[in-house]
Design a protein around this ligand. Structure first.
Ligand code: ADP
Length: 667
């Protein structure tokens, strides 16, 4: 076994490889870009070396420099992870030339599977079933068109050198073929500098089922069962599971044997994945082979109890496969969700920024989190914006599904947008629970998965106000404890100083709209006034969350504060509000009395108090609008309203007096 390896990758996969290496007593060398100084993967390794600037070309793709570092640091092998240099034949060869072991297949196997057309010709020769199609060398337009006609429409044009869904075009009719061919070629040329294409039958409602294979240098090869990756968005995987729902043992053995035949046909060594496309009937066809560890390998680990990185390291150091085919078993069901920093409401655009707050479900035997980011880290524009892979195991699929839904409700990310709610809707969708899977699932259920304008209802807004109250109460307790007078009524946060009706008014904003919530204190419970409804409530803190009861309905929720932002989490959903009281910079505030002035020129929208009213600290008094933003003027301390200078609709200039308050003592 190796004593030291270099991990030529970043993020969760580098952290994950380092973890297994440590378990096996292998020292690890990290490499990193300037954007990744202090990243988790750097901390996870024993040594770390800077590669260069953030763009991959100047860092993680610098094969020569990586090899130089490996040699200098005394590493014996390089683990490439996935992406970057993992399927680069030249890099694999350069490692060998430098006397290093490339933890992956031989360069020739990478080359054999590098071209979709070439690999299909090889697979046909090995009797692996292929989607009916044309994979020939001759790229004449008229010939391709005639081949498409012979296959029968719809057909799919694919770039031979393709990957990531690029250079792929569905053609529905004979007449559309020439234009689609032209555009597929242009995209292939610009993405892969190779405009060769292949054509195949376009299957309707297919499933993506892939087989994990493993081979050693001694001629042993096994399949470690299948993963269903049918839940895709634009041909990119979103959710993966193992085993594939509805897979019969006979079909599994057929697909497994076909995958092993594919691997043996190219003298494969190490971990690989043979991807098949399957019709609903179960008939399956070879699509491509990925000659590396896959992102979704943890679902296979969860149902087998194996560590595939350990297998990779053993095989690369010349050991025999730890287990042979008849020693492999499936136990239970596993699901993986890819948690991404992206914005589902804006067509899943990557969401770049700092992670201000991060809470994950607690890792356990049945809940695994593979991640490379921590609270405070940046999601940069240079790399894949994946935050984590959340993997769960269950005794069966329904249990795994419930665990996934529950785990997703315990995931909180503030600072970037995420697909967490989208994932929650996906795993709780009845059609997903019924395993009606195909690659068109997301497109077909778009409406349910991406509902428009789901504004927070009264119970959400009421919960938010209760959470805010709990924050104020906790803050008051802290002040009281440090004051030496823990029982002083001056530190009570229950609004006692108001004479008849003890209440507090909270002012929030949701997507630019103001929300005022009045919370009345009624002994141990509350009455919450919202514009359209009043709710009676109790609230209790449980851990970092709150158990809220509203008119008899009880639920758990969490509220996270980040500056003026308030993010309320409840049952897999999150709503982002702004707390307006903290926004105000009104006038001189001396002790609750004084003159409250306009922080900027604008218009008064509403006045929330009357002359003579007693007000509490932080109570919203007046709302104004300036530069398309709303500003709430709040009472700097307890007091009485002496004068109100303006009414709704009035234009005011920066610095003019809006209200006059008398401090509570003088009132
Ligand atoms: P890439 O390497 O660009 O990701 P693949 O060949 O792996 O391309 O295909 C990606 C996805 O495209 C598959 O998972 C499947 O959803 C879809 N796909 C591929 N081939 C077909 C086909 N013949 N019919 C229908 N869908 C297909």
């Amino acid at each position: 076994m190796f004593e030291k390896i270099l991990i030529a990758n970043r993020g969760e996969i580098a952290v994950r490889v380092a973890r297994t290496a440590r378990l096996l007593g292998i020292k690890t060398v990290a490499v990193y870009s300037e954007a990744d100084r202090g990243a988790l993967h750097v901390e996870s390794c024993d040594e770390a070396y800077l590669l260069g600037a953030a763009p991959p070309r100047e860092s993680y793709l610098r094969g020569e420099r990586i090899i130089e570092i490996a040699v200098r640091s005394g590493a014996q092998a390089i683990h490439p992870g996935y992406g970057f240099l993992s399927e680069n034949e030249d890099f694999a060869r350069a490692c060998a030339d430098a006397g290093l072991v490339f933890i992956g297949p031989p360069p020739a196997a990478i080359r054999a599977m590098g071209s979709k057309s070439e690999s299909k010709r090889l697979m046909a020769a090995a009797s692996v079933p292929l989607v009916p199609g044309y994979h020939g060398e001759d790229q004449d337009d008229a010939l391709l068109h005639a081949e498409a006609d012979a296959i029968g429409y719809p057909v799919l044009i694919k770039a031979s050198a393709g990957g990531g869904g690029k250079g792929m075009r569905v053609v529905e009719r004979h007449e559309e073929f020439p234009a689609a061919l032209g555009s597929a070629r242009r995209e292939a040329k610009s993405s892969f500098a190779d405009d060769r294409v292949l054509i195949e039958k376009y299957l309707s409602e297919p499933r993506h089922i892939e087989i994990q294979v493993f081979a050693d240098t001694l001629g042993n090869a096994v399949y470690i069962f299948e993963r269903d990756c049918s839940i895709q968005r634009r041909h990119q995987k979103v959710l993966e599971e193992a085993p594939a729902p509805g897979m019969s043992p006979e079909r599994r053995a057929q697909m497994g044997s076909a995958a092993v035949a594919a691997a043996q046909a190219i003298e494969y060594v190490g971990a690989g994945t043979v991807e098949f496309i399957a019709e609903q009937s179960g008939t399956f066809y070879f699509m491509e082979m990925n000659t590396r560890l896959q992102v979704e390998h943890p679902v296979t680990e969860m149902i087998t109890g194996l560590d595939l990185v350990e297998w990779q390291l053993r095989v690369a150091s010349g050991e025999r496969l730890p287990l042979l085919q008849d020693q492999l078993r499936i136990r239970g069901h596993a699901l993986e969700a890819r948690v991404y920093a992206e914005d589902p409401e804006r067509n899943f655009l990557p969401s770049i920024g700092g992670i201000a707050h991060l809470r994950t479900p607690s890792p356990a035997a049945a809940v695994r989190i593979d991640t490379g980011v921590r609270e405070g880290d940046e999601i940069s524009a240079y790399y894949d914006p994946m935050i984590a892979k959340l993997i769960v195991h269950g005794e069966d699929r329904p249990q795994a599904l419930r665990r996934m839904a529950d785990a997703l409700t315990h995931y909180q990310v503030v600072g970037v947008n995420t697909n967490l709610e989208f994932l929650h809707r996906l795993v709780t969708h009845p059609a997903f629970a019924a395993a009606k899977l195909d690659t068109g699932f997301i497109g077909r259920h778009q409406e349910a998965l991406l509902p428009k304008n789901v504004a927070p209802d009264a119970t959400v807004v009421a919960s938010l106000a209760l959470a805010e109250l709990e924050f104020a109460r906790a803050a008051a307790r802290r002040v009281a404890q440090s004051s030496g007078e823990p029982n002083s009524p001056w530190f009570a946060a229950d609004g006692w100083w108001l004479n008849s009706d003890n209440h507090r008014i909270f002012s929030f904003e949701y997507q630019g709209k103001p929300l005022l919530v009045t919370v009345h204190f009624c002994g141990t419970s509350y009455l919450i006034d919202l514009p359209e409804i009043s709710l009676s409530a109790t609230v209790a803190a449980v851990g970092e969350g709150l158990r809220v009861n509203l008119d008899g309905e009880e639920f758990l929720c969490h509220c996270v504060r980040s500056g003026e932002d308030r993010i309320l989490y409840r049952q897999g959903r999150a709503w982002r509000f702004r707390h307006l009281d903290a926004l105000t910079h009104a006038g001189d505030s001396g002790g609750g009395g004084g003159h409250l002035t306009a922080p900027m020129s604008g218009a008064v929208i509403s006045v929330l108090v009357k002359v003579g009213d007693l007000v509490s600290a932080g109570q919203a008094l007046l709302v104004m609008e300036a530069m398309k933003m709303e500003h709430t003027i709040v009472a700097p301390g307890p007091g009485r309203v002496l004068r109100i200078a303006f009414g709704p609709g009035d234009q005011v200039k920066d610095g003019v007096e809006l209200l006059e308050l008398a401090a509570a003592e003088a009132a």
